[in-house]
Ligand binder design. Structure first.
Ligand SMILES: Nc1ncnc2c1ncn2[C@@H]1O[C@H](COP(=O)(O)OP(=O)(O)OP(=O)(O)O)[C@@H](O)[C@H]1O
Length: 956
């Protein structure tokens, strides 16, 4: 058997794949192979080399050695050729620069040699693939590199560009046709793709009416319905294929020229395109069926269609591009009677449907995009479409078998679905974009505007803020314009006859003479040299003016207050020593019969009528009977304080009614805050109001904050306008509607506000009192508790005008007007008025107004216009609640709902916040009824539901 082994081993070197019986020689070779190609020791996983591969490598090595010797020879020859060429060149430079035939031959020979060498080298190098330690083979692809996607994309892009160019040249609406077919098929549910073939047939019939039904081939319809969008892509691919075949054949025969001509006369070109597309889609679908025989038949059909293309092209002479060829050939195939798959299919509403498709196409035409921008800026969807076309082309040609076809079709279905979704999105975007066609027309290119500065600097923020505020001011001015113009035209001041007028004539001459005599006698009895020189009879008080002798101290007289009071038998006397501007000391004795002061008495006065300021307010009559009125602009803020029942509310009413008699709604706006809820409520609905009368303390606080913001806005406006105050600003305004109204904020009871939110209220009042004068915002604060915790030093220091009604103690009087005297007032409108800039108070009997009078005036004013409220109380309350809430409140509630219970410590841990904040959040949650009360050391129960959480989210 040795000869047999020798003979066998002789062939073993050449037969790489031979695996014969084992012998020593073979084993030794295999061992050598293993030793030679053992991988270096490392932790890296290496692919195993099988025995057969080792033999391959050995064989390649042997071949490589031979190849290397060849390469060496070729290199040597090439080197020699180079040397000869170099010498030739040298000779040329020295002699005539002409290339003789020999040099050309040499060059050609050398190039041929070099090419041979290069080929051989490439071949050998390709065969040789030595192990490279740094190169880790892929577990899937091994050493073979994965095909780069870029190449595919490049190819696809070039294909797309070519298609786009062809479309541009042909002017056909092929893309729209595809879209239409795709959209009609997309309306079907893709989830039942492989369930009922009959249903899919119906889909095909309904959506593409000119397509012929084929009931004996349900799988074709299934594929058609499943690959709705890919059908058109396949059409493209097949058309491309047929184009190539057409070019190669060069022989284009006409199988059905008559039928083509008849159909061309029936439909226009675009309709034919549409029908041909859909028909070809079915043809394509049929081509992708699992039956190979039918595939062959379909291929035959395509070949026939290809042959029928030639006369149409030659006759029309308009189809210049490949796309045209493609479209036309599908239209021919649609009507082809030889296609036995389509013979029995009836035509359903062909004319009407095609007409609809044509109209739809015309309506959605975008010639500018198609002609100019289509080729320049290809859409992504078109790109994707082209991708699918190429992919489908490959799959159709490569996988003719049934199993492969099914797999490919499944992949195609997935791709088609994804592409359909993309198409839908693109279609929606296009529809929305069509609304702004004109705007887009002004933008020839869709270049993105890239901001050069992406950081928002502080300067930028300030600029934007100022810009926004200016816009707000302009909007406010515009809003005021609308309301003011109407109000100015319609507003009429209330008549003075709406107020009661009483004539009170009473002679107290005897009583005055008696009181005068009593005073003189009393002073004489106390050995004080002074006598009554003048008597001033006021509405409630008569003032006797004493003129002290020389050397008599004023204090001597003032110390006799109680003695005089006793002798006069007066309820209360007040000594004003000395009377400002006089050499006399006044002793104010209450009248025996006091006379009320009505508002009409003040309003009827020429001084009030002639007053220019819209903020003129009537106060009352002084001791001498002189009407006293004040200008709120000059106050500029007032504090009204007095005991209960002293007449504060009446005083405020007279202020408001006076303003209604002097100011138009566009001139003065009122912000009424009435925690007592009943004092100022009659004024609801008048056009002078900024908001309805605010009765809630929280809303009042927010309203004061709004006033502060308004003050700040106005000052910024003045700064922009270059004026210092509101009067100058209003003078500068050319139009009435641009003028700013004065704002009078009246708080009837400050004590309530100070009890609820002392810090916020005091801060707001202080800020308004400090700055708001120039911007036309004025405060009138009334309180019945003139204690230092209500009228704080901060408020007092910024409210210069004080009105003190009767108080119970001298301390309260000092709190209000910094001097005593208010404790000696008689009440019922008896007041001490300390005007801005004056040190001495003036005793005034405040004007009185009845509720009926108020009602009449308010009714009249209400008829003059509707109020234009800037905000409602509810909004303010909501805002206040929001301000009180913590930012983490909602998240904390959510967390509590998830956990089922909540505690301060768990909030601290979860949100990483401090104890104070966590405890405040817990309190807020408890206050809102979200969680239970404290249960000692145990966590609180959660009482809220998901609905509560949703409501809380809406509120926040
Ligand atoms: N100027 C006035 N002339 C005559 N009577 C007056 C005058 N002012 C108040 N009165 C009388 O005093 C009463 C109480 O007045 P008013 O309600 O203004 O007091 P008040 O200080 O507001 O009390 P409260 O703080 O409790 O509301 C009025 O009903 C009225 O009869």
């Amino acid at each position: 058997m040795d000869w047999y082994k020798k003979w066998f081993s002789f062939y073993q070197d050449d037969e790489d794949e031979w695996l014969g019986p084992t012998n020593d020689a073979v084993q030794s070779k295999e061992l050598k192979t293993k030793v030679t190609y053992q991988y270096p020791k490392s932790s890296t996983n290496r692919p195993l080399i099988e025995k057969g591969e080792g033999k391959h490598i050995m064989h390649h090595r042997a071949n490589m050695k031979e190849g290397m010797s060849d390469i060496r020879d070729l290199l040597q020859r090439r080197h020699e050729a180079d040397i000869r060429r170099y010498e030739k060149k040298k000779e040329k430079t020295s002699s005539a620069p002409q290339l003789g035939p020999t040099s050309k031959q040499n060059n050609q020979a050398s190039e041929a040699i070099s090419n041979d060498v290069h080929e051989v080298r490439q071949e050998k190098i390709h065969k040789k693939r030595p192990f490279h330690p740094t190169e880790i083979p892929s577990p899937i692809y091994g050493f073979q590199r994965r095909k780069k996607q870029d190449d595919i994309i490049e190819f696809e892009l070039t294909t797309f560009e070519r298609n786009a160019e062809n479309k541009k040249l042909s002017g056909h609406e092929f893309h729209d046709d595809q879209d239409e077919i795709r959209e009609t098929v997309q309306s079907r549910d893709h989830s039942n793709l492989y369930e009922d073939g009959q249903e899919k047939e119906q889909i095909t019939i309904n959506q593409l009416p000119n397509r012929k039904e084929k009931t004996d081939q349900p799988e074709y319809s299934q594929q058609w319905a499943a690959t709705n969008s890919q059908i058109t892509d396949k059409e493209n691919s097949l058309s491309m294929k047929i184009e190539v075949q057409t070019e190669n054949n060069g022989d284009k025969s006409t199988s059905f020229p008559d039928m083509i001509q008849s159909k061309q006369s029936d439909f226009d070109t675009e309709t034919q395109d549409l029908s041909s597309l859909s028909q070809e889609a079915i043809g394509k679908m049929e081509e992708t069926t699992p039956e190979q025989e039918k595939n062959q038949e379909i291929n035959d059909d395509f070949m026939k269609a290809e042959r029928t293309e030639a006369p149409l092209l030659t006759s029309s002479e308009t189809a210049e591009s490949g796309e045209d060829i493609q479209l036309t050939e599908w239209s021919i195939e649609t009507e082809k009677p030889e296609n036995h798959y389509l013979q029995d299919v009836p035509t359903v509403n062909q004319d009407s449907k095609q007409q609809e498709a044509l109209e739809f196409e015309k309506n959605n035409q975008e010639p500018v995009m198609r002609e100019d921008e289509f080729a320049k800026e290809p859409d992504d969807d078109l790109n994707k479409e082209t991708v699918t076309v190429e992919e489908l082309t490959d799959t159709v040609e490569i996988d003719p078998t049934n199993n492969n076809m099914e797999k490919v079709e499944a992949k195609e279905i997935q791709k088609a679905k994804s592409m359909n979704e993309h198409k839908e999105n693109v279609a929606k975007e296009k529809q929305s974009g069509k609304r702004n066609d004109q705007e887009q027309a002004t933008k020839p290119t869709t270049k993105k505007h890239l901001p050069f500065n992406v950081l928002m600097l502080k300067k930028d923020r300030e600029f934007l803020k100022k810009k926004a505020e200016q816009q707000i001011f302009q909007q406010m001015a515009a809003a005021a314009t609308e309301t003011n113009t109407v109000e100015e035209q319609d507003y009429q001041f209330p008549s003075r006859n709406l107020l009661n007028k009483f004539t009170f004539q009473q002679s107290n001459d005897e009583w005055i003479e008696d009181q005068k005599a009593i005073l003189n006698n009393t002073l004489r009895s106390f050995h004080v040299g002074a006598k009554v020189v003048d008597v001033s009879v006021g509405p409630t008080v008569t003032r006797f003016e004493l003129s002290p002798d020389m050397g008599v101290k004023v204090s001597k007289i003032t110390n006799l207050t109680d003695d005089l009071k006793l002798s006069l038998a007066a309820k209360e006397i007040r000594i004003e020593a000395p009377i400002p501007g006089k050499h006399t000391i006044g002793i104010e004795v209450p009248n025996k019969i006091s006379r009320p002061v009505y508002l009409r008495d003040i309003i009827d006065q020429p001084s009030f009528i002639d007053a220019n300021s819209p903020l003129t307010a009537a106060l009352g009559l002084d001791i001498t009977g002189k009407p006293i009125m004040t200008d709120i602009k000059k106050m500029p803020h007032g504090l009204i304080a007095g005991a209960t029942g002293s007449g504060k509310s009446v005083c405020i009413n007279t202020f408001i009614i006076s303003l209604l008699y002097k100011a138009r709604p566009e001139e003065v706006k009122l912000l009424l805050i009435d925690p007592k809820m009943v004092e100022l409520s009659p004024y609801n609905g008048i056009p002078h109001l900024i908001s309805p009368v605010i009765t809630d303390v929280k809303a009042a606080t927010q309203a004061l904050k709004w006033a502060v913001d308004e003050m700040e806005r106005r000052y910024e406006l003045f700064a922009h306008s270059g004026v210092r105050d509101i009067s100058k600003f209003n003078e500068k305004c050319e139009m009435q509607e641009q003028k700013l109204p004065y704002i009078v904020i009246i708080i009837d009871e400050l004590a309530d506000l100070m009890m609820m939110a002392p810090a916020d209220v005091e801060e707001a009042i202080a800020r308004i009192a400090q700055k708001a004068r120039a911007c036309g915002i004025h405060l009138l604060i009334a309180t019945q508790r003139p204690s230092v915790d209500v009228i704080t030093g901060l408020i007092k220091a910024n409210v210069p005008t004080r009105i003190a009604f009767s108080v119970s103690s001298q301390i309260d009087s000092r709190t209000i007007i910094d001097i005593s005297g208010a404790e000696r007032l008689l009440g019922k409108g008896d007041m001490l008025f300390v005007a801005n800039g004056t040190a001495k108070p003036v005793r005034i009997q405040g004007a009185f107004i009845t509720d009926e009078e108020i009602e009449k005036v308010v009714d009249h004013v209400r008829t003059q216009g509707e109020p234009n409220y800037l905000f409602e109380q509810e909004e303010l309350i909501k805002k206040s609640d929001l301000a009180e809430n913590d930012e983490l409140l909602y998240e904390a509630c959510e967390y509590a709902l998830e956990q089922g219970n909540i505690s301060t410590s768990s909030l601290q841990r979860h949100f990483r916040i401090g104890y104070n904040r966590a405890a405040r959040i817990i309190e807020l949650m408890e206050e809102k009824g979200m969680i239970s009360e404290a249960k000692g050391s145990k966590p609180r129960d959660v009482l809220m539901t998901n609905n509560d959480l949703d409501q809380l989210k809406e509120l926040l």
